[in-house]
Design a protein around this ligand. Structure first.
Ligand SMILES: [Zn+2]
Length: 449
């Protein structure tokens, strides 16, 4: 594909909206509570096909509020050996592969299992607004031509939706790939040639291996890989990317929006998908709860937080100091981690959205990035006592090394982003805003108050 810039008209003062998709994931009960108490101001949500049955009540409440509902078909997980036996096996089309992997042959036009027809009918009967095209992880070592299969399946899905009464249902296209592969011009070019003519509105990028620990070089390459996708002329969503990396992608115009869970699915890693499956643990029990330290771009377990606040000066660095979020600071963070996570996720995107688009890089550098740098420097200098660490069963030197490393990373990221910012002009093309798809989001594109 030729490198050409597709401009879209926007004045310097414009504050184009940033799309924020909330992946409901496994926490639907908690999210339903948050929604009922007005603490989940989500206007776009993603629901897993395997979980929709149990989440109807929440989904309907969100629909009544005008939220756009996006369906994740989970076919990528159903083609991965260590995921196929997990929660995704409850997706209606999981048995297409006789209880095993759902392979490429199931996406042929005349496949007896009719996975594509099943997806279309399910989307129509569930009143879905948008379906994520049934695409696969492009780093799959056993299937090398998923991108060809997926492009064809996407076109077939459009036909099936139109046939089944889902003409109004949109399709978005997820690119699921190792972040290193996305850096390749040839790889992206091949994908873009296939996607550009497909009947899809937005392109989602789920970059495996990219997360809050991304180093400066990784972030720099990611930003330019995402910008390379803009030539398709479609909005680009950074999928499963939360925290600072998600804000960076939006502030630097690389992404039109993000999709993330609340306290989960803030990063994506498919490397374990092709290893033997871990013991089943689909309810999330046994996993230590991790809580995001506000503004730091890093999370810690409850025990680690308690240890850090035991050090002199620790509390004001790690406890939530925002009264609207956690009136009782650390206690509220620990008692209700999802409420804290929801507030942090929504408020950080809102704050960025309130800045005119040409000032967003500067805002991010002087605001959230500078703050993360300051906090990281402070936290790495904390001196919790050895006896307190022993009490919490924490290896103190290991913990402090993690925060040292994080601090170094944030500092380098800051320097790298400063340099990128200085070398850009106002004419640098930026991701185009996501178009509204539900009636209640018609103020889209206009300035927020
Ligand atoms: Zn909080």
């Amino acid at each position: 594909m030729e490198t050409k810039i597709v401009p879209f008209p926007m004045t310097a003062a414009a504050k184009p909206r940033l799309a924020q998709f909330v992946r409901i994931g496994e926490a639907h009960k908690k999210l339903a509570d948050l929604h009922a108490s007005g603490r989940l101001p989500a206007d776009r949500v993603v629901v897993d096909a395997s979980r929709l049955r149990h989440q109807r009540e929440l989904i309907e409440a969100l629909q009544d509020d005008g939220a756009e509902i996006v369906l994740d078909t989970e076919v990528a997980e159903l083609a991965a050996p260590s995921k196929v036996g997990g929660h995704s096996r409850h997706a209606p089309w999981a048995s297409a592969g006789d209880g095993g992997l759902v392979g490429p042959e199931q996406f042929e036009a005349d496949a007896a299992s009719d996975v594509i027809g099943q997806i279309a009918r399910f989307a129509v009967s569930s009143r879905i607004d948008t379906v994520l095209a049934p695409t696969h992880y492009l780093g799959d070592p056993s299937v090398t031509d998923w991108s060809v299969v997926d492009a064809r399946a996407c076109a077939l899905l459009r036909e099936a939706l139109d046939r089944e009464g889902g003409q109004h249902i949109a399709i978005d296209y997820p690119i699921i790939a190792p972040h290193t592969q996305l850096n390749s011009d040839a790889f992206r070019g091949g994908l873009m040639r296939m996607i550009v003519d497909l009947p899809v509105e937005n392109v989602w990028v789920r970059a495996s291996g990219l997360g809050s620990d991304a180093g400066p070089l990784t972030m720099k390459r990611y930003l330019s890989a995402m910008a390379g996708l803009h030539n398709m002329g479609k909005p680009v969503i950074a999928d499963q990317l939360g925290g600072l990396p998600g804000l960076v992608a939006m502030a630097f115009g690389a992404a039109s929006g993000v999709a993330q869970g609340i306290g989960e699915r803030e990063r994506f890693d498919a490397r374990a998908w092709y290893q033997p499956p871990p013991p089943r643990n689909e309810d999330g029990f046994g996993r230590a709860v991790r809580i995001g330290i506000p503004g730091l771009g890093k999370s810690a377990t409850i025990k680690e937080l308690e240890l850090l606040v035991s050090a002199r000066g620790g509390r004001k660095l790690v406890a939530c100091g925002d009264r609207r979020c956690c009136p009782h600071g650390l206690k509220d963070m620990i008692d209700d981690p999802r409420r804290h996570a929801a507030y942090q996720a929504f408020s950080s995107v809102r704050a960025l959205e309130d800045v005119p688009h040409l000032s967003r890089e500067r805002y991010l550098l002087n605001g959230p990035i500078a703050e993360a740098d300051r906090l990281a420097r402070g936290i790495k200098q904390l001196k919790p006592s050895e006896s307190e660490a022993a009490l919490h069963e924490i290896d103190l030197s290991k913990l402090m090394k993690r925060f040292h490393d994080h601090s170094r990373k944030v500092e380098k990221l800051r320097t790298t982003l400063e340099r990128i910012h200085e070398n850009r002009s106002d004419e640098t093309p930026r991701a185009r805003p996501v178009a509204p798809r539900r009636s209640n989001s018609q103020e889209e594109g206009e300035n927020r108050k």
